[in-house]
Ligand binder design. Structure first.
Ligand code: ZN
Length: 713
């Protein structure tokens, strides 16, 4: 056997914002990269510096020192600064599959703008578990190997072959006992802040580290990854390594290398990797911390839930609205495609995707910054969507008469929609109104016609009279005008990824424009039904739903459960002295909001008395209860085999976790959840040996938008 090559890779791990703000970290980043550039200039740095797999690091640096761009580009071209493949190191379960793809696309684009090919190392060193499609996503970009840590407890050897959902096999390096910080802990003693530097001890520790890694690496090349959280290049420890590399050695050849060079030597030996793992990698940490330190950190999935909601909204606005509608306007009307705007919107969104940002586990100031970024993304996406819709609507054939409005309704779904939908019609203020009985309330009078000219019945849901609007002109001042806004529900047929056009015509003065509103779908003061479903609201606010097709009933749906949470952004902290409160024993107020043939809606206000806080002095939930008010609008429409629920929570309690429960009654061991580009099947029960794990396994697991159970009934 020849010499085994030791690939020393110098990097850092750069959480862009976390326990400090972006600006505080950037201040450190600039100093870090100043040191790296100085080392490259002096020649004391003998090999490449890896920028943690994420291209944004160099952007953040050059924003402060734009005059150093040529210098940075030179080192990128020479392979001394390694860029990409990511733009930022994201979370793999909270963001969508499409966002992961865009992140890689954008990171590679930025790398190429610096004049070099991006790194092809599938670097996900600190991500809180791995979704089942990462092997395929990486393979799609030509990335043939991964560098992983959390979510798997393989520690006897450094490599695994990871088979993704589609069968793609990704040979991976699995970081050792201290993860990507192993070298920083063991050789550089970076956890001992006041320890004096001792070159002889460093050499001894380096030798021990090399021996340990060699024993645990079943292929020839061995990786020495030197990068810890926000760690600068440690020159003194580096000099010890370089001196060691220059000593004659029969067993090892030490090279200051890169992850890509390591992959090049690793891939031809991938067959020698004996451990094969399949699907998503979400094992909680198993061994005690002196053997292995991987923590899955599963509690981030609902930390600061507004972040997850804003992210889902922005992803949907871009992928389901702005991009497809802009593409239609481009294809059908020859409009310019707004790539520049979309790039800006995506960049704002991707800057919210780093794992410590999107996971909600940073300091408050960090998450404040995220609001601004979401706002920019949302603003651009909405503007582009509106612009494309207006252009397409304006191109619809036929003249609009003076006392008509044209309303174009779009459907971004890949299937036709044929059901009732709600629209807010902006009726001109000077259109006639009518009154019921002797007055009380004027109602705008109008009729609605479909694209074939057939009159559509509608259900009047609400109105807001005399609303002021602004019409904006490109070469004139904006013009204010007023409308009477009427919210209606009406039956619509809209083709897949298409639109339909409605015409709204002015009614006659004083003459009512009404449609039959009875029978509505309400069957009593707290129940409703359509062809498929029978829904009863119980006195405690939970729902009993019967599927008329099978006769099967589901009870206690929409139950709320409130327990103490003594954790933080990473973990739901389970209190030993807990008390769980459930809304099945609470009171509810029920109101009928709409009762018509197009839409029937009940409002259910559940009020739970929950402890005001967790008393950390006595380690119990406080005796003082406060009202936790939960308002839900429960809607049913004709011809739909689903119930729609919109919920608002008015929270005044601290240190608690609120969950909503939908008991299925299904007899099954497994459930399905949507994950990026996959539907994964997971066991419902926790693993039988979960008490043996260092990190507690929890039953809350990720989903993108749905979870399903079935038992064949
Ligand atoms: Zn990190």
């Amino acid at each position: 056997m020849g010499k085994r090559r030791l690939h020393y890779v110098l990097s850092t791990h750069w959480d862009r914002e976390w326990y400090q703000t972006f600006q505080d970290y950037r201040f450190r980043l600039v100093k870090l990269l100043d040191g790296v550039l100085a080392g490259l200039e002096e020649g004391t740095l003998k090999g490449p510096f890896t920028t943690d797999g994420q291209a944004i690091i160099l952007e953040d640096y050059l924003e402060v020192y734009p005059e150093r761009r040529a210098q940075v580009e030179r080192y990128v071209r020479e392979g001394k600064l390694i860029v990409g493949p990511w733009y930022v190191l994201p979370d793999e379960f909270i963001v969508s599959g499409e966002s992961l793809v865009r992140n890689l696309e954008w990171g590679r684009k930025v790398a190429r703008e610096f004049g070099a090919e991006p790194s092809n190392a599938g670097f996900v060193c600190d991500i809180f578990g791995h979704n089942s499609q990462m092997p395929q996503i990486f393979a799609g970009f030509g990335i043939k190997a991964g560098f992983i840590w959390r979510g798997l407890n393989t520690i006897q050897t450094r490599h695994i072959r990871w088979r993704g959902a589609d069968g793609t096999e990704l040979p991976c390096y699995r970081f050792g006992h201290g993860g990507y910080c192993s070298y920083a802990f063991a050789v550089r003693h970076a956890l001992e802040q006041t320890r004096p530097f001792d070159p002889e001890q460093t050499l001894k520790d380096l030798e021990a580290f090399i021996r340990f890694e060699a024993e645990h690496t079943e292929i020839d090349p061995i990786l020495l990854f030197d990068g810890g959280d926000h760690q600068e290049w440690d020159r003194r420890a580096y000099e010890v390594l370089i001196a060691r590399s220059e000593q004659p050695d029969d067993a090892y050849e030490i090279v200051h290398s890169s992850l890509d060079a390591y992959i090049a030597e690793m891939l031809p030996q991938a067959e020698r990797i004996s451990t094969v793992l399949e699907g998503e990698l979400r094992e909680p940490g198993l061994e005690c911390a002196d053997i292995d330190q991987q923590w899955l950190i599963p509690g981030v999935l609902s930390s600061r839930v507004w972040i997850k909601q804003a992210n889902a909204e922005c992803q949907s606005l871009l992928c389901q609205w702005a991009e497809p509608l802009s593409a239609f306007a481009y294809a059908a009307l020859g409009r310019g495609y707004p790539q520049g705007y979309l790039n800006v919107a995506w960049r704002w969104l991707l800057q919210n995707h780093p794992h410590d940002s999107i996971c909600g586990c940073s300091i408050d100031a960090v998450h404040e910054d995220m609001k601004y970024r979401f706002n920019q993304c949302r603003g651009i996406a909405n503007r582009l969507t509106m612009d494309a819709m207006q252009k397409i609507a304006a191109s619809v054939r036929g003249e609009v008469a003076e006392d008509e409005l044209r309303v174009t309704v779009f459907n971004p779904l890949p299937h036709a929609v044929e059901e009732t939908a709600e629209l807010t019609l902006q009726i001109p203020k000077d259109w006639p109104t009518f009154n019921e009985f002797f007055g009380y309330e004027p109602k705008p009078a109008f009729r609605v016609y479909d694209a074939e000219g057939q009159e559509l019945p509608y259900q009047r849901l609400g109105q807001a009279m005399g609303r002021t609007k602004l019409r904006v002109y490109y070469d004139r001042f904006a013009h204010g005008y007023q409308t009477n806004d009427v919210r209606v529900s009406l039956p619509l047929r809209v083709p897949a990824m298409g639109y339909t056009t409605l015409t709204v015509r002015k009614g006659e003065p004083g003459k009512p424009t009404r449609h039959p509103e009875v029978p509505g779908l309400a069957t009593s003061e707290r129940s409703m039904a359509n062809e498929y479903l029978d829904v009863r609201i119980e006195p405690n606010g939970t729902l009993t739903l019967t599927d008329k097709r099978t006769g099967q009933s589901y009870g206690d749906l929409l139950t709320y459960e409130d327990v103490a949470d003594i954790g933080d952004g990473w973990y739901h902290g389970i209190a030993t002295n807990d008390q769980a409160f459930v809304s099945t024993a609470s009171r509810a107020e029920v109101a009928l909001v709409h009762n018509g043939p197009m839409l029937t809606t009940f409002r259910v206000r559940t009020t739970m008395g929950v402890p005001a806080e967790f008393r950390f002095d006595s380690q119990t939930r406080s005796e003082r209860l406060v009202d936790l008010v939960i308002d839900s609008l429960i809607s049913l429409r004709p011809g739909a085999d689903r119930l729609e629920v919109q919920t608002k929570v008015y929270n005044e309690a601290d240190d608690h976790r609120l969950r909503v429960l939908f008991p299925s009654g299904a007899r099954t061991q497994v459930y399905l959840a949507d994950s990026p580009f996959d539907v994964v099947e997971r066991p419902i029960a926790l693993r039988v040996d979960n008490h043996l794990y260092r990190e507690l396994e929890v039953e809350t697991k990720p989903q993108q938008s749905w979870t399903a159970v079935f038992d064949g009934q």
